[in-house]
Design a binder for this molecule. Sequence first.
Ligand SMILES: [Zn+2]
Ligand SMILES: [Zn+2]
Length: 304
Amino acid sequence: MSFLESLFSGAKAFIREVVVPVLHAAKQVAVETVRVVLEEIDRSEFGRAATRLIDGAARQYFGRAEDLAAEQREIAERARRDGRRSTRDVDRLREIDLERRKLREDLDAAQASEASVALKNAAGELVASPVSDDETSAAVGILSSRVCPACGGTMRMRQGGFNGTTQRRSFYWLCSAHPGACKTIPFDPVKENLTALRRADPNLDLPLNERREIWERKDVIRGTQIRLRQHLGEKDDEVICPHHLLPMKLLEQPNSSGLLLSTYQYVCLHVDDDGRACQHHVPLETFPQVSESLRRSEGAGIIR
Ligand SMILES: [Zn+2]
Ligand SMILES: [Zn+2]
């Protein structure tokens, strides 16, 4: 059976708890678990591809994706100017769609390979920790190796609203290849009983009450806002628009409240075939999401 539930970019994996010998000390658990997971990755298709891949290979695909997005924008502008779309442009849009399908496959393979290399390189530093709501929220929107059972595309973790009665958020896997068409898969960290492998992080390792108390302190919120705002307009290579296959940008939501957890989002600035703004966005609604965003841009989360 497969131990690996999903491999994420940024040296993180969710694995089935069965591989964790619970009686060992946390550090030993991690070492043994990492060994088993890395063996499994080595046997997998993307693990074999990884050995042939040079670091940063995924980035070369962004160049091709940029070209396709620019061409799509030109075609949309031409249609608006002329009041109609030429047969040639209709054909070209169909070709762009096909090219993107191929590109998505290449990009998925490259990202999965990079993720496995990142996990291998971090092997000595990884800790094992039960997958909680916060752990799951920290993985929202980022690239993962989870495969959609309907179409074979990759899926990403998404989150629903906060339920005041249960005091919890809902999570689900969303297909990146056909987000509206393929069925989403509900994900309940409490029921799944998984273990996360990742680098130690006080924002996820401190007891829940303790870290929440720090996150919610006024001075910490103010400092976090200042840090986050320094990255407005920056692209994040681990948050990719599933349609345009390009890194999304951190921006303020229009008419935002100014509050830390309802103001920022990742946005795709490209357009659809009709020239409308891409609808794909990933709002930052939880402290773990904000913390991860800072960790990716600055190397440390909210609590450093
Ligand atoms: Zn799918
Ligand atoms: Zn997009």
